[in-house]
Design a protein around this ligand. Sequence first.
Ligand SMILES: [Zn+2]
Length: 100
Amino acid sequence: MVNKLCFVDGCQTRSDQENGPASFFRPPKDSFDEWKKIFPEKTLLQTSRLCWKHFAEEDIVKGKMIGQEFVHQERRRLKKGAKPTLLLVQDRPPGVSDDR
Ligand SMILES: [Zn+2]
């Protein structure tokens, strides 16, 4: 089994997280260039995945309106034009030794 890790450095979200199926998103074709600019030091690929933690809650579509009713869907999507904005840099204090 290969764990799918999030594209963001230091982010530990994996697809096998216990709190339900962690949602991962691929860069939409429309905003791929914009997403690339957000990560100038890494090579973002069309197949890269970012986890839900990097998106504002309102940018994640959790279901859809069917007639008058909002129906929750297991498979989440991003709103059009949504971009990763949260937790993009995980600060790790340098020089902290891990002496176990
Ligand atoms: Zn992540």
